[in-house]
Design a protein around this ligand. Structure first.
Ligand SMILES: [Zn+2]
Length: 280
């Protein structure tokens, strides 16, 4: 009898420490001064932005399955080089399922090259409407919260404010991705959702801090609307913009939000399961 109990408790302990098999990962890739976030489940990937250089290729190489040469979904938040340049290199090396972007007017060489490559490779290009939703894989949801198609073919003086804001959830544990959207555009976005009584859609356990921690990307309104447990700042070491701004860092500290930075920790990984989001 004693032996049986011992065996049972051993088996039980083994089961208890076995990681749950149904999990997804979010990586904030270390691409220097720029953004690149990867959501992955098995061989399914969603890449949000591609960073400023080929750094994204080596980072993807480290975390994607070796035989997997396709990225299922790419989201270009806005056409600035620190988000776009790496995507142009990815388009040469990987198959791509579909690309989502705001469709804002842009005539830089990098963006024209991007459009050419999409056309040449026959990749589907979509401009989501505000609050479009897709289900990338079982138990997950990707919501396109802003700006919808309001900047399609529009000439915008501040491209940061054309940034696609998206929310990814796995078993209702969510991460909010903000590109470089600035405070003035966030105010319009929050107003729109407040009017619809849907402001709680922005609540997320994990927040990608807008615009590399710049002062024009983060205020208390943002943080008190999202109420994140974790905040991530994607930023290059010793960058010329002095990102992140000391004000951003101190608001995060004041609200006791656990903050991680790619310039300090390199690529940052989170694991999502039925029970929550955990820093890995
Ligand atoms: Zn940027």
């Amino acid at each position: 009898m004693v032996v049986l109990i011992l065996v049972f408790s051993f088996v039980y302990a083994e089961i208890a420490k076995t990681p749950p098999s149904d999990s997804a990962e979010i990586y904030f890739l270390d691409v220097g001064q720029g953004d690149a976030e990867l959501i992955q489940k098995g061989d399914f990937q969603i890449l949000i932005d591609g960073g400023p250089s080929d750094a994204v290729l080596s980072e993807l190489g480290k975390v994607m399955p070796l035989s997997d040469r396709k990225i299922d979904i790419i989201i270009l938040t806005h056409p600035h080089a620190d988000h776009l340049a790496g995507i142009n290199l990815i388009l040469e090396r990987y198959g791509v399922g579909v690309i989502y972007s705001s469709g804002v007017l842009n005539t830089t060489n990098g963006y024209l090259e991007f459009l050419n490559k999409i056309k040449k490779k026959n990749v589907s290009f979509k401009v989501p409407k505000a609050y479009d939703k897709i289900i990338p894989f079982a138990n997950s949801e990707l919501d396109f919260l802003w700006p919808g198609d309001k900047y399609l073919k529009q000439n915008l003086s501040n491209l940061n404010n054309s940034s696609l804001v998206t929310k990814f959830c796995f078993f209702s544990h969510c991460a909010l991705f903000t590109g470089d959207i600035e405070i003035d555009e966030q105010a319009s976005m929050f107003e729109y959702y407040t009017q619809k009584n849907l402001i709680s859609l922005f609540e997320a356990e994990l927040l990608k801090i807008p615009h590399h921690g710049s002062r024009n990307g983060t205020n208390e309104k943002l943080l008190k609307t999202v109420v994140p447990k974790y905040a991530v700042i994607e930023v290059g070491a010793d960058n010329k913009y002095s990102h992140p701004h000391t004000e951003t860092v101190s608001i995060l500290k004041k609200l006791t939000i656990q903050t991680l930075r790619t310039d300090q920790g390199g690529t940052i990984k989170f694991e999502l399961t039925k029970t929550g989001i955990a820093k890995n």
